[in-house]
Design a protein around this ligand. Structure first.
Ligand code: CP
Length: 320
């Protein structure tokens, strides 16, 4: 595997889930694969789970790990061609990327949406430059539009906890004070469409996800109706994706606290599990009692980030 961006990159999804279960039985069984190999993890944005779980995954596989926080200690990077670099940016991404590629065997990159330009964000301008110029396999650790390591971990978690062959899974928008990217809901929708689940998306009008991610999912604007009989509730905030009104891209259009997932919402489900990728703003996205309930899977989800990253790095090592 040379690129990990979309669910298709894993090939047969059932085989990938079986591999995840195998890795989870003994996460150190492939240590020889990573001997004398180096993973470079590049962060343009903050992280807790991705940073720790991906380092742990690389160590599980016997790899060396280098972590670079681009905005703390590295030269400030220019990303646009044609710019006269007379400002505070000392190095261009077009030199920095191949240099970084010299020191490693695989590269993971986190670079969020800037919300400056929908076209640039949705064309994955930064990550595609790493794919093109690094000469190394590249895996996305949350990009402008996708977070596949999270979605893979979410699917592993659903597989582990489902009580029926085809569970009802609901992706629900919830309020947040700041504008957040669409990467997590985009990937979650993409992966749920590929999985054997009854998938429903619910959000206020104006928050329609890009059709290439939401696919044929059922969209229900009445949140309570969407929750009825659900087996899994996946809550997440996202800013306006700009599908119906491009001028609203990245804006916060709604802060309706009626969308916060609380006990009344969970009461209409089929004793659903609650999921969220974390970090989560309590009593905005979800109430204390729901996230602390026995039905909350937020910690097992985070734990499965180590498993999804181990499978992805294993596949990349096998392709070297
Ligand atoms: N869920 C997730 O990616 O968490 P971090 O932003 O802390 O890495």
């Amino acid at each position: 595997m040379r690129v990990f961006q979309n669910v298709e990159d894993l090939g047969d999804l059932r085989a990938a889930l079986a591999e995840a279960a195998e890795v989870k039985k003994d996460r150190f069984q492939f240590q020889a694969l990573g001997r004398n190999k180096t993973a470079l993890l590049i962060f343009f944005n903050n992280s807790l789970r991705t940073r720790l779980s991906t380092q742990k995954a690389a160590m599980n596989l016997g790899m060396n790990v280098i972590v670079l926080d681009v905005n703390q200690g590295a030269w400030k990077l220019e990303t646009e061609r044609g710019v006269v670099m007379d400002g505070d940016k000392s190095e261009h991404l077009l030199e920095a990327i191949p240099v970084m590629g010299c020191y490693c065997d695989v590269i993971g990159v986190r670079s969020f949406a800037t919300f400056e330009n929908r076209k640039d964000d949705y064309e994955e301008k930064i990550l595609n430059q790493f794919i093109r110029y690094s000469g190394r396999p590249v895996f996305f650790m949350e990009s402008a539009t996708v977070h596949p390591l999270q979605a893979f971990a979410d699917l592993i978690t659903i597989e582990e906890y489902k009580r029926k062959p085809r569970p009802k899974v609901v992706l629900s928008w919830a309020p947040h004070p700041k504008a957040l990217p669409q990467a997590v809901p985009n990937s979650f929708a993409q992966w749920m469409n590929a999985a054997d689940v009854d998938f429903v998306v619910t959000h206020p009008e104006g928050y329609e996800l890009d059709p290439k991610f939401v696919g044929n999912a059922r969209v229900e604007y009445d949140q309570m109706k969407a929750f009825e009989g659900a087996d899994f509730i996946y809550a997440k905030n996202w800013s306006c994706p700009g599908v119906t009104r491009p001028e609203d891209y990245g804006k916060v259009l709604n802060k309706d606290m009626g969308w916060t997932v609380d006990a009344a919402h969970m009461a209409v489900t089929d004793n659903a599990y609650f999921m969220h990728c974390l970090p989560v703003r309590r009593n905005m996205i979800v109430t204390d009692d729901v996230i602390e309930s026995p039905q909350s899977l937020v910690i097992p989800e985070a734990a499965n980030r180590e498993i999804s990253a181990t499978v992805v790095l294993k596949r990349m090592l096998e392709s070297l």
